[in-house]
Design a protein around this ligand. Structure first.
Ligand SMILES: [Zn+2]
Length: 426
């Protein structure tokens, strides 16, 4: 590999840089970073005028489905989907079969990820908080942390028992790991398939009230304060939660959160089609909630954009709304939605977008920041922020096609990614 990236705009929040420059990459390393590097010999030169060079994007909320649900996705197809979407790293969730509650599952995922695309996409397993994600007994957190788990969550289900949550926070903080909560009060959401409100009433579908999410986050913030530990809210969806996290941050607590592209783009009006690709958990909420997500992203309350990439096979979603599983594929539309909904509408700058897609997830998971400088391994995401394209789910690299954004015209796409000596061009 001998590539010269010419005239790109380098945005690197870790070093505070935002400037136009050339980058010469040899065998996966940044050989030279300067203005006007001249191409000589057999160098492949790529003109990146108008395009962005950023530290490799990291999606900290992805379901790779393997082991156990390979008909939905595998580590290989999930990593390919990530690379096509512009990500050089993902953190994968533990609701696999078996769950990631044992170091052997972490080893299995690491081994599979190393050979998938020759390690182009780094995969960081997030382990379960409780054994089998059943919410009853704590998983062996110390063993899981030393095997390489970067965080703990029972994602898909909340850690409902306050005593277990308290212990999880205490133990996880001993290993400097966050506990990530799927915030949902179960009795309040029993049987719910969409947001509770005007639309659920007129559609006659059982609702999940926003208070169910707010209550759980409010409780957890108190527990995080009491135990002086690190807490992260997964896929936040309500205005109430944004306010709770804003207040917790104001008080100096170690509380962070993420939002998905679908929660800052769509409202529960989308469910009126009865399209099962609008069924997710937490559900699509109201316009006020969407506005709160944008406000939270803008003022820094919301640290991270994560996709909650949740592939399901065609047959699984091809059923009545109430029977369908929750979740949509997210990796390949995330950048387009973020640029279309946030950058184009002046909510976030490209610099802030790079922070939420790259710098912040690494900070929250205590992973080293990427260094874009001479001598360092090239871990880069290349973006074209003005490229217009139409979402064609049949072209997804993910094994699944369940997306509510089919046919959407978006602006902004990944041009390619570099990582671990590998390159992927879109
Ligand atoms: Zn999830």
């Amino acid at each position: 590999m001998n590539i010269l990236l010419k005239n790109g705009r380098l945005i690197d929040p870790a070093s505070g840089r935002d400037e136009t420059c050339d980058i010469h990459i040899v065998d996966g390393r940044i050989e030279k970073l300067a203005q006007n590097i001249s191409a000589s010999g057999s160098i492949q030169s790529v003109d990146l005028k108008g395009k962005i060079i950023a530290p490799g994007f990291f999606d900290m909320h992805v379901h790779l489905r393997e082991p156990g649900f390979e008909h939905k996705e595998t580590i290989l197809t999930g990593c390919t989907s990530a690379a096509a979407g512009g990500f050089t790293a993902v953190a994968c969730m533990p609701n696999t079969k078996p769950a990631i509650d044992d170091e052997s599952v972490i080893k299995f995922i690491h081994e599979r990820a190393k050979v998938a695309l020759n390690g182009l996409v780094d995969v960081y397993p997030i382990a379960a908080v409780t054994l089998g994600r059943k919410g009853e007994h704590l998983a062996p957190l110390a063993e899981l942390a030393s095997a390489g788990a970067v965080a703990f969550t029972d994602d898909g289900d909340p850690v409902h028992d306050a005593e277990i949550m308290r212990r999880a926070l205490e133990y996880a903080s001993m290993f400097k790991k966050p506990v990530i909560q799927h915030a949902q009060d179960l009795p309040l959401t029993k049987g719910g398939v969409m947001n509770e409100g005007f639309n659920s009433t007129t559609l006659g579908l059982p609702g999940m009230p926003s208070i169910a999410e707010d209550l759980m986050v409010a409780r957890d913030i108190q527990l995080a304060r009491y135990t002086n530990s690190q807490y992260h809210v997964a896929h936040m969806s309500t205005a109430g939660c944004v306010e709770l996290v804003r207040e917790a941050k104001r008080k100096g607590l170690h509380v962070t959160c993420e939002v998905t592209p679908h929660h800052f783009t769509l409202t529960d009006d989308a469910v009126r089609t009865y399209d099962t690709n609008t069924k997710m958990n937490p559900p699509l909420r109201s316009q006020d909630d969407v506005e709160a997500m944008k406000e939270g992203l803008k003022d820094g309350t919301i640290d991270v954009i994560a996709t909650d990439h949740a592939p399901h096979s065609f047959d699984e979603k091809q059923v009545e709304f109430q029977q369908a599983p929750f979740g949509i594929v997210g990796l390949e539309t995330a950048i387009g939605l973020a640029i279309t909904e946030l950058f184009e509408k002046n909510i976030l700058s490209l610099y802030q977008l790079v922070e939420k897609f790259s710098t912040n997830p690494r900070r929250i998971l205590h992973l080293p920041q990427i260094k874009i400088q001479e001598g360092e391994s090239a871990n880069l995401t290349l973006l074209d922020p003005s490229f217009e394209w139409k979402v064609d789910v049949q072209k997804f690299k993910s094994k699944s096609k369940n997306s509510p954004f089919s046919g959407y015209v978006l602006r902004g796409k990944a041009v390619g990614v570099f990582n671990n000596g590998r390159v992927y061009w879109n």
